[in-house]
Structure formats: C-alpha cells, structure tokens
Design a protein around this ligand. Structure first.
Ligand code: NAD
Ligand code: DAU
Length: 359
C-alpha cells in the first residue's frame, strides 16, 4: 500500500485543495496525515467530515509563520514528508490587502523551510534520502500568455499580482533551500482548480451560489480572459504522485488542458443550473453583468503538462464538462456547507478594485 507507515504533514489541509489531498491520502493510501492549518477565513474543518474518526488523521491548529510552534510539531510527529499548501490564495484580496500574502506565503514558507531543514538534518541517512518537501504553487507565477503558447517548467517567472508575486517569492525560496542546503524539495505549478469545498469567493463557486439565488453574475471586463481548469481531485492525485515519485529538485506543471473563457464558464454554469434548479425569473444567462475589470488582470493561462504525464504517468480523469457537472451537483446538494460560510459573514461583495488598498 502507498505510503505505508509514513507520516505526512499537509499544511493548509483545511482549505479547498489541501482538504482534497487529505481525503485522497486517507482513502487511497496508508499514510498517517497531520493537518497543519491556522483556520483563516478560508479554512474550515467542515471540509473534512470523515477525517476526525480516522486513527491515521490528526489536526494541529498552527500558523506556519510560528517557528517554535512548527518545531514542536516536527518533534512530536517526526514526518517523512511535507506537502505545503497553506497560503493566502485569492488574487482580489491580495490587491486590497497584500500584507497577509507577504506574511503567510513568503515568511510562512521561509519559516517552514527552516524547520524542515532542522528536522531533515536530524534524520538517519536512509530517512534523509527519502524525505520530501512538496511545495504547491501556481501557474500565475509565469504571468500572462498571449493567444498562443503554453506555460512549461522553463517559462520565465513574471508575476503580476501581489498574490502571484508572493507565490513566486516562495518558489524561489524553496529553490534556494534545495540548491544551498540540499533540502530535497519538489515544486508543482498548477492551473485553476474547481470542485467541492471551494470557498465561494472564487469564480466557479461564486457563480453557482449567486446563480442559485438568482443574483447578478459579475463578469470582470469583457469575460474573454482564459483559464485552464482542473478538477480538484485530479490535482490531489497529481500531488500524491509527485510526492511519491517526483525527483528532488524538479518542478512539475499540472493542468487539465481545459482552456475556457470566463464568459463560457459562467454561461455553462447558468445552463446547468437552469436544468437542475429552474429559476423563477427566466434563463440565468440574463443575470450576467459585465463589471469593472480586475487591476492587472492576466489575460490567459494554459499549462503544458507533458512532463508530469511522461515522467510520472499522470492524467486528469475529468474534463471540464464532466467536472463542472459534478461540481454544480455538489454545491446544490451541500447547501448547508456554503450557507454556513455566508451565515458567518461572507457576503460576496466585490473586492480587489484597488480602492481600499492598505498602504
Ligand atoms: P484556500 O485559500 O482554499 O486554503 C488555504 C488554507 O491555508 C486554508 O485552510 C487556511 O486556513 C490555511 N492558511 C492560510 N494561512 C495560513 C497560515 N499562516 N498558517 C497555516 N495555515 C494557513 O487555498 P487553495 O485554493 O486550497 O490553495 C492551496 C494551495 O494551492 C495554495 O498554496 C495555492 O497558492 C495553491 N494553488 C491553488 C490553486 C487554485 O486554483 N485554488 C491553483 C494552483 C495552486
Ligand atoms: O491559476 C491558478 C490560480 O487560480 C490560483 O493560484 C489561485 O489561488 C486561484 O484563486 C485562481 O486565481 P484566479 O484569479 O484565476 O481565480 P478567480 O477564481 O479569482 O478568477 C478566475 C477568473 O474569473 C479571473 O479571470 C477573474 C474572473 N472573475 C472572478 C470572479 C470571482 C470574474 O470575472 N468574476 C468574478 O466574480
């Protein structure tokens, strides 16, 4: 069985992708998992309903910027690997409030690297060889594509938002800890994820939740920006494969080859919702409204995932059509999960217009 007798730290395990990784590790491998999460607005243990009763699961409420706190966890659990997903993840929020992004994404990653290094240096030679820190990053570090071309592992970094700049910084730190201290790290850069338990500030759940309430559906700019969509469970399976078989010092791009314009995505959501939950005010496409563009809005992202496919045999199971159906069904059937987020104060207001930036 995969990861037999191994303990894996997952930072950010109460978030959208981290929780999918933990559900996958608990269901499909023998790993013991320690979920390390600060539980920010974006993190909730409700993303892991089946985990608490599992003897292979533990939760530690912990900020990754707190070195002594992390050290205590390394000493307590002696992990064989770390999957690092904890981050501030929303581009619009990074425009209004970049400070938290600098803290968690840069200082937090630095702090984790230092504690990983301390732990790794104390391991036996055999365990040192097998130890991995998998740093989970984004394709946004590469900036924006024109009409042609794909991001590869050698595309130069050109981040455009405070979020992507903070992620790019963290990628560079990870690279430096590998080159300078020989810490066995692997980096992944993935495209846009969607699926169950995504916080409703992100495009797809935002539109589903608003569409169900028959509220206006705000499309930024002309809606012709392109994202390359990947179903979150496919990302989780790619990450576990990279942890298991990825070569230390390498980076792997992950993406589903599912490029869609934002407008296409929103129209598709409208049509599926109309079929599943007919509205009272006619077709939901009528709710689409074009609103002010995001400052510094990247036009197009698209991933070349040849390397992970060739070297590790990974392939996405879902295409956009099957994944969006599953996702919309999930949000319709799990209203209490996102209603709780709204009840706790998330009101879906537009942020990131650079009118209230903290300077
Ligand atoms: P998310 O915002 O849903 O979850 C982030 C989690 O990190 C939350 O549980 C939060 O509580 C936790 N966290 C935040 N600050 C912390 C801190 N200081 N200490 C400990 N925990 C903290 O994010 P996500 O969409 O699941 O993204 C996870 C990772 O994947 C991020 O690193 C992100 O950059 C990367 N990524 C995301 C996407 C995407 O489409 N969502 C695509 C590629 C890469
Ligand atoms: O590419 C990977 C990245 O994808 C991740 O690193 C980020 O963590 C993740 O948030 C995501 O970033 P995006 O900015 O691409 O995702 P978001 O869901 O915020 O927006 C997707 C696109 O939809 C983007 O072009 C902006 C647009 N949009 C978004 C919202 C919330 C709208 O047009 N209307 C909206 O209401």
């Amino acid at each position: 069985m995969r990861f037999d007798k191994q303990t894996i730290f997952v930072t950010g395990g109460a978030g959208f992708i981290g929780s999918a990784v933990i559900r996958h590790l608990l269901a499909d491998t023998n790993a013991s998992v320690v979920n390390i999460d600060k539980l920010t607005y974006a993190g909730s243990l409700s993303t892991l309903p089946g985990a608490p009763g599992n003897p292979r699961y533990a939760f530690e409420k912990q900020c990754i910027c707190d070195g002594p706190g992390l050290r205590r966890l390394f000493e307590k659990y002696q992990p064989d690997a770390v999957m690092h997903l904890a981050a501030e993840s929303h581009v619009d929020r990074s425009i209004d409030g970049p400070a938290e992004f600098i803290k968690t994404n840069i200082v937090g990653t630095f702090t984790l690297l230092q504690e990983c290094l301390r732990h790794w240096r104390g391991l036996s030679a055999d365990k040192r060889d097998r130890f991995r820190l998998l740093h989970v990053s984004t394709d946004e570090v590469f900036g924006s594509l024109g009409a042609e071309g794909l991001f590869t592992e050698t595309t130069p970094y050109a981040p455009n938002s405070p979020y992507s700049a903070s992620k790019a910084s963290s990628d560079h730190l990870v690279r430096a800890w590998r080159e300078t201290y020989e810490l066995p790290t692997v980096v992944t850069n993935c495209s846009n994820n969607y699926g169950p338990y995504q916080f409703p500030e992100k495009l797809i759940p935002h539109m589903i939740v608003r569409g169900l309430a028959e509220q206006s559906l705000p499309v930024y700019g002309d809606g012709k920006q392109i994202r390359d969509w990947l179903y979150v469970e496919d990302h989780a399976s790619a990450l576990t494969l990279v942890l298991e078989r990825g070569r230390a010092g390498e980076t792997y791009n992950i993406g589903g080859s599912n490029e869609r314009t934002n407008l296409h995505v929103v129209e598709r959501i409208c049509d599926v919702l109309d079929r599943l939950v007919p509205g009272t005010r006619g077709p939901r496409r009528n709710l689409i409204s074009f609103v002010a563009d995001r400052p510094g809005h990247d036009r197009r992202y698209a991933i070349d995932a040849t390397k992970i496919s060739r070297e590790l045999g990974w392939r996405a199971r879902e295409d956009f059509e099957s994944g969006i159906e599953k996702t919309i069904h999930w949000f319709c059937q799990n209203r209490s999960w996102w209603q709780e987020i709204i009840d706790h104060g998330y009101d879906g207001s537009r942020v990131g217009l650079n009118t209230t930036a903290q300077v």
